[in-house]
Design a protein around this ligand. Structure first.
Ligand SMILES: Nc1ncnc2c1ncn2[C@@H]1O[C@H](COP(=O)(O)OP(=O)(O)OP(=O)(O)O)[C@@H](O)[C@H]1O
Ligand SMILES: [Mg+2]
Length: 338
């Protein structure tokens, strides 16, 4: 549906230095997917996203949308094409002098829809986003979550194939964020819209995205199924991003104790029910102290993180660790001396 083919974007800043905002990015987003793009500020996420509706032209490579190289479109074709892509923003960008209904209607007017069609569709859209009773109020009387719902109604008003979300939940509290994400999911399922979601919050990705690209300094450093990227991050940058998820806080006396292996075990959905830990105790002469643990859910698939201390003779410990490595998603000793 969206194919980034060696896309690069460079800017010249005031002092004529070149800023390589996006560097040689290639990946493909499938139809109907919810795809996340994560990275810290300045990573190039918005710039990459803006190449999809050509608010930004690639300076190298091509962004191909639904089989069309959009840089080849003429002015008129481009205008039409842009109506097939909706966008929502962190700051909502609503027109303050128009009511909720007028904001949504406005998007349809610009796309040349008839008044009749607008009259029929606007109430349906407001119903969809749960704001039917707010049609005639002005945006400044709405909460942040409600404003974003108007933004979503407006963005999908012209039946777009793609919805681009640039930090759409970053100005919202966690509960409202959840409501908005659920609404996006509902729209994705109901209309089959492909959604690309930029965020610096991993929780957002974890909740609704199937696949994710991690960006750092203009490059995509990691890419794949959210579950895989989160449970087996390969790049240092991703590991740092995920450190909140994986670094369960332990007192120093435990992490500084190098006499017994301190082991972080990550096990995924299927293995979660196996008694991996009790098997280690049964099969080897090892005692296991469970020190910390939690279960995370990604796309409704659970994965558990457990930190345990292993106590036993060297060869038993080696065999026990080997068993854990083979039977868990990931097992690593975290208190080894460097
Ligand atoms: N129009 C522009 N002119 C010059 N430099 C730009 C322009 N737009 C973006 N940049 C630079 O490109 C880099 C990437 O910016 P971009 O906005 O894409 O990052 P981002 O990942 O979206 O960051 P954030 O999370 O802060 O929104 C930054 O260094 C930014 O300063
Ligand atoms: Mg941005």
């Amino acid at each position: 549906m969206i194919k980034f083919d060696k896309v690069s974007v460079s800017f010249s800043d005031k002092k004529d230095h070149t800023v390589n905002a996006v560097r040689n990015v290639s990946f493909e987003i499938g139809k109907g997917e919810i795809w996340g793009i994560v990275g810290t500020s300045g990573a190039g996420k918005s710039t990459l996203l803006r190449t999809v509706n050509q608010l930004q032209l690639p300076t190298g490579g091509r962004t191909i949308v639904d089989g069309v190289d959009i840089s080849s479109l003429s002015g008129k074709e481009l205008a039409k094409f842009r109506h097939s892509i909706g966008m929502i923003f962190q700051q909502f960008n609503l027109v303050s002098t128009k009511t909720v209904a007028q904001n949504v209607a406005f998007a349809m007017e610009i796309a040349g829809r008839s008044q009749e069609e607008i009259k029929q569709r606007v109430p349906e859209l407001l119903e969809l986003v749960g704001l039917a009773d707010r049609a005639d109020v002005y945006p400044n009387t709405l909460s942040g979550g409600q404003k974003q719902r108007v933004g979503i109604a407006r963005a999908v008003a012209n039946n777009p194939k793609i919805l681009l979300c640039d930090e759409a939940t970053s100005a919202l509290d966690p509960e409202t964020t959840n409501d908005v994400l659920e609404l996006l999911k509902k729209i994705n399922v109901k209309f089959g819209i492909t959604i690309v979601l930029i965020t610096h919050e991993l929780d957002v990705v974890k909740k609704i995205c199937q696949r994710v690209a991690v960006m750092n300094k203009g490059e995509v450093v990691e890419l794949g199924e959210v579950f895989d990227v989160f449970t087996k991050p390969r790049h240092e940058f991703t590991k740092t991003l995920l450190s909140h998820t994986f670094d369960l806080d332990l007192p120093e006396r435990l992490t500084q104790d190098h006499t017994k292996p301190l082991v972080r075990i990550v096990y995924n959905g299927e293995k979660a029910e196996d008694s991996i830990v009790s098997n280690v105790v049964k099969h080897y002469a090892i005692d296991v102290n469970i020190l910390h643990g939690k279960i995370e859910y990604i796309n409704d698939k659970p994965f558990g993180i457990l930190i345990v201390q292993l106590i036993g003779a060297q060869d038993e410990l080696a065999q026990g660790l080997d068993y854990l490595s083979k039977n868990t998603y990931r097992t690593e000793v975290i208190n080894e001396r460097n």
